[in-house]
Ligand binder design. Structure first.
Ligand code: PLP
Length: 284
């Protein structure tokens, strides 16, 4: 693979960053994952807008040049012959001369890294099968709206979920689901209303979430942005998750309880189809 590091395209085994990089020592960095279909980027501008917001919230001094970033994404797609998959982008506060909790001086340059990952997104066993999820207390820091590389707790619960025979973890704060380990969480009630937690600092403002709520509106489905409990989810007609790299995955089981008939629901399936259709057409 050819990757991008601080202005250079290099083979992945020649890419390097400092051991003093603050992403490495303090998880002091932010990231984005943009999907690629037919060699084109899905919702690139949405991801770049959120990147700018994450950088601003943390005061990382990286002036976002949208055109330049688009060109880097496209160049990586070309160099790696990427047809379907994702592009990972990370910006950290950079490498100071030493390990210090205080931010480095303004002349320390941020570190920027991008790489591609090939993955079949449209044809997906997980989408056909549906996911089993297990719930865990949400013990992440309380600024989940910032897409930082501080992913240890999410990684931990995903592994704990796997030990329980589940595919993913849903996180619960004060008795209500916040989101999945790396995705937004939804249920569908008996009136076909889609319910998903409202935007706040407790969840990542998913780029796919925004697009899916638009798809729901096009299908004339009602949407309620509010928190729900695991017990309510277990009684729901359907459940599903969304993220850039999964689009929509149905959820068929929560903490061992089958959702509906225990098979992917028609609303999740339909939303997945129209999301793919619309975003494939709009990809750049
Ligand atoms: N929530 C969390 C915690 C995530 O890590 C992600 C994506 O990685 C999402 C939600 C979904 O966001 P998006 O649709 O922008 O990929």
């Amino acid at each position: 693979r050819t990757v991008y590091v601080n202005g250079n395209y290099v083979p992945e085994n020649e890419a390097s960053v400092s051991i003093f990089d603050r992403a490495f020592l303090f998880a002091d960095g932010v990231y984005e994952v943009t999907s690629v279909l037919d060699g084109k980027l899905i919702d690139f501008h949405g991801h770049i807008a959120r990147l700018e917001r994450s950088l601003k919230e943390l005061g990382i001094n990286y002036p976002v040049d949208k055109d330049a970033l688009l060109e880097i994404h496209r160049e990586l797609i070309r160099k790696n012959d990427l047809v379907e998959g994702m592009i990972y982008l990370q910006v950290s506060r950079g490498a100071a001369a030493d390990r210090d909790f205080m931010f480095p001086s303004a002349d320390v340059k941020p570190t920027i890294v991008l790489f591609t990952q090939s993955k079949s997104l449209v044809k997906s066993p997980a989408a056909e099968r549906g996911l089993k999820v297990a719930s865990f207390p949400d013990q992440r820091w309380r600024r989940c709206d910032i897409k930082t590389v501080q992913l240890l707790y999410s990684s931990l619960v995903k592994n704990e979920a796997a030990k329980k025979g589940a595919d993913d973890a849903w996180l619960v704060l004060d008795g209500k689901v916040t989101e999945g380990s790396s995705n937004n969480a939804y249920i569908v009630d008996e009136n076909n209303t889609i319910i998903t937690r409202e935007l706040s600092n407790d969840i990542l403002h998913g780029i796919t979430r925004k697009a899916i709520l638009q798809c729901a509106a096009e299908l004339d489905l009602k949407v309620e942005e509010r928190a729900f409990s695991i017990a309510e989810a277990q009684k729901a007609k359907e459940a599903f998750i969304t993220s850039a790299s999964s689009f929509v995955y149905p959820v068929i089981e929560i903490d061992g309880a089958k959702i509906g008939d225990g098979v992917p629901g028609p609303i999740a399936k339909r939303l997945r189809e129209i999301y793919i259709e619309a975003n494939r057409a709009a990809a750049i």
